[in-house]
Design a protein. Sequence first.
Length: 257
Amino acid sequence: MGITIRRRSVHERRGPFDLRRTTFGFALIALILGGGGMALRAAWRSAGRHPVAAVLVIALLLVAALLVLRRRRRARRIAETVTDAAYGIVDAGIAELDAAAEAAREARRTEPPEIAAHPVDYAQLDPYAFEEAVAELCRRDGCADAEVVGGAGDLGADVMATTPDGRRLVVQCKRYGPENRAGSQDLQRFGGTCYAVHDADIALVVSTGGFTEPALDYAEQCAILCYGPEELAAWSEGGAPPPWTAVEEQAAGVSAP
């Protein structure tokens, strides 16, 4: 048997009518409308009785609006000016840093080299550390771009640099023991690449074990400098000029009458 559902009428859902609340709502609306109308009417009458004051008020409102607009424009101009000034300060700072870096590089090129407080035993270094030590000697004496390039496929070049007068220096480093001297085959392999492949202006072989006589003969024929342990120690400790300066001195001695 079905159950009859009794639907509530619209009036029952809305609740009972409250005359007091309805009257209060209408009175409030009337008060707002009346007050607004009276305010507008009073303002109109005041403007009629005092047109100058009304005009001044309107003028002040316009001036205030213009000031707001001008402030916004002025703020925009100030922001643009501050931005331009900031960029100018940054550019000036970068220029000063570049000038300081260039001055530091120039000072390193002109100041006398710093000599190690204690002699370095190059024969005790491993091959890579020896190459780094030779590159550091080159940098100390003015070759700011000296770097180690040795490795697989280096074709005989372990250190490459540019001398202070712009010549290309190519160095091969042989970290040998005292009983193992660089031979003519070592020099021939280096001589076949230092000029033709690496375009060297100055070719230098540094060996901690010295050189054999045939190696020195070949080096003299091919204008390759050979620095053994004595020459390396003198260069390192400041007792002899850098190799590229020694080349200039030798050339000057040969050309002198």
